[in-house]
Design a binder for this molecule. Sequence first.
Ligand code: URA
Length: 260
Amino acid sequence: MDNYAALEWQWQMGATEFIGAEPYDWMQDILPVIVPPPVMQNVTQPLAALVPSENDINLSAVDNLSALRDALQNFDGLAIKRTATHMVFGEGAQKPRVVVVGEAPGADEDRQGRPFVGVSGQLLDKMLGAINLSRETNAYITNVINWRPPGNRSPTPQEIAISLPFLQKHIEILQPEFLLVVGGVSAKALFNIEQGITRIRGKWMDYELTGGKKIPALITFHPAYLLRAPAQKALVWQDLQSLHARLGAPPNSENATEKN
Ligand code: URA
């Protein structure tokens, strides 16, 4: 491995700093900056008490995508913002029929500042294309988390709870006909479901907007999981057909995700 490759590997693994001569308390960077350091008598406090209140994240005046992007860009409540290269907001049709909700940006997304542009994104585009959806025409893609967790670790429950109001506002602004929720992290974030993704995949849920309007939401496997477990593509194909039936047009099976 040459020096550049060794450096690249460390960066991919989440290394963001050289080791200094002086000891440093890294926990102060890992905890979201607006969360007070826990004190012994408070260790049992519920998670809700650790996340910012409505006053910390007040999105009531935000009613369009550009204002939401600015609000996120100016938000300093997540330490992962400091280790990420770019914020990954969302992209796609401005009046989408379907909004896809993923988990968090990976290395490719972090480099480009765009959601689902790596290998799992290419698979996602194929899955959408199979039912005549695309980010260019009628779909929009975003994530629960807008900055890459270092080393591609899973987002923490706190990071998810802090990011949720932004995702909810994103959906509220876009008002799609349907949500396609890919993976257990996003399903759990939106629906507070305890069951694992294999139990809830293929289920239709109702996602409720603030005014009470309900958006049908289909939960399916994450494309990154399909790359590791291609035999599961057949189940996702069923899910896509179910979404397609509700969208109301014939599936484009030539463009379909390869099945096993
Ligand atoms: N995985 C996700 O969940 N989101 C992305 O944007 C990329 C990979």
